[in-house]
Write a protein that binds this ligand. Structure first.
Ligand code: ACO
Length: 320
């Protein structure tokens, strides 16, 4: 079994919507600024923790795959907003799904976590170490935002997305992937937490530090290199690509990436206007919506590119 076929997909988007105008009632910002600089019109705000959203997305993915939760042998959750530091979100999902035997762990490559997860889960399936894997990207970013800081408060939203990967002989799943980290730029996107408790105290609000234009520059460069590598590895060109699913952090950055990959707008999956940046969840949520809307169809070839704090970067060619 050489491939990790995507047999299930599911998402969870909390019903509460916060529009740009809602934000402008308590922040010195405007719908016009947010729309033109980021492409965001509204975002979702969760009343429940990351693991609850993750479990809903997982149940939907299991249903799509026609799989029982007991059959899973690995549960991998990409998140930078876990409910607790220990135990991890993956174990909460495992308990709530009723699985007793799978390995379960979280990974944090910030917004790149889901593609990182697909990369390593695919390798694990190829070696035979695992056969049926549940990968989730889930975030409750609104819980940790400083709502008095307009620079960051307008950018993020909550949500979760999941995929089931199963060992298969059918050429499918992640055909090539490249993940990397530009650690010299660790400080351009930082949310100090965990071991920094002593320095900041903990009242549920953390200082989110980032240098937007530096992230923009480095993200474009990192994604460009990663995309070139996956094209070279597969021998594919942009003519072979049916759609581009990018990380949803900024509409201008997505447009830039689409131009770089020579993918036309109608083939680029964009939903940032509805959900903002949901970090590790943007890729699986966008994949689910693209499938539901018929933008991504069976047999399609997709290129994906992501970036996040670290600065982590990655790209993948996905065959569905
Ligand atoms: N409403 C109104 N004005 C604002 C807001 C706001 N919400 N936020 C910032 N401003 C003001 C600033 O104070 C500044 O005012 P000044 O010129 O008087 O000093 C002005 O707008 C311009 O601020 P910049 O930070 O230079 O704005 P920029 O055009 O760079 O846009 C953004 C910021 C959207 C973050 C952009 O840099 C970007 O998308 N970067 C890449 C993605 C990113 O950084 N995402 C966040 C981190 S998460 C991740 O990317 C994985």
């Amino acid at each position: 079994k050489k491939y990790a076929e995507i047999t299930g997909w599911g998402k969870c988007l909390p019903p509460a919507v916060m529009t740009n105008d809602d934000l402008a009632t308590f922040l010195d910002t405007s719908d016009e600024w947010i729309r033109t600089r980021t492409g965001i019109e509204e975002r979702r705000v969760s009343a429940v923790g990351t693991s609850k959203m993750a479990t809903v997305a997982a149940r939907n993915a299991l249903a799509a795959a026609g799989l029982d939760a007991e059959e899973l042998d690995l549960i991998l959750v990409g998140t930078c907003t876990p409910d607790e530091i220990i135990p991890n979100v993956a174990s909460a999902v495992q308990r709530d799904l009723g699985n007793k035997t799978a390995a379960a762990f979280d990974l944090n490559a910030a917004c790149s976590s889901f593609l990182y997860g697909m990369h390593y889960a695919t390798q694990a399936i190829r070696t035979g170490a695992h056969k049926k894997v549940l990968i989730i990207g889930a975030e409750r970013l609104t819980r940790i935002l400083d709502w008095t800081k307009r620079e960051s408060a307008v950018l993020f939203g909550d949500g979760a997305g999941a995929m089931i990967l199963e060992a298969s002989d059918v050429e499918s799943g992640l055909l090539a992937s490249h993940v990397t980290c530009d650690a010299d730029a660790r400080d351009v996107l930082a949310l100090e937490f965990g071991m920094s408790f002593d320095r900041f105290g903990f009242d549920g609000i953390m200082p989110f530090n980032f240098v937007g234009q530096e992230i923009f520059k480095r993200a474009v460069k990192g994604m460009n290199t990663a995309v070139e590598k996956v094209f070279a590895e597969t021998g594919l060109t942009t003519d072979d690509i049916d759609s581009l699913i990018p990380h949803q952090a900024n509409k201008r950055l997505i447009d830039y990436l689409a131009k770089m990959c020579k993918v036309p707008e109608e083939k680029t999956v964009i939903n940032i206007q509805k959900y903002g940046n949901t970090s590790s969840a943007t890729l699986p949520i966008a994949f689910c919506e693209a499938v539901e809307q018929g933008i991504v169809k069976p047999g399609d070839t997709i290129v994906s590119a992501v970036f996040g704090g670290g600065l982590t970067c990655g790209a993948g060619i996905i065959k569905w």
